[in-house]
Design a protein around this ligand. Sequence first.
Ligand code: SF4
Length: 81
Amino acid sequence: MTKVTRAHLVIRHKALECIGCCLCEETAPQYFRMDESGMAQLVDGIPLGVFHKVVALKIDEAELDEAAEGCPVDIIRISAQ
Ligand code: SF4
């Protein structure tokens, strides 16, 4: 299990509402991949209700914020924990 510290963030992604624009994969490819149906999936994401979540590195915060702010359907959340 990955220990969450101040050097980590949590990404939550509501994949069911993705419209497949590819922005998140282009912005943060280490965390988002387009699947065979053309929708984004969180790499190694763990289901959490309607979201998938994964721990991310704080050093990637700028790219993740850009993906979250640019997502046209607002389904990416970045938080400290
Ligand atoms: S930016 Fe949003 S809508 Fe676009 S592919 Fe990523 S999750 Fe889907």
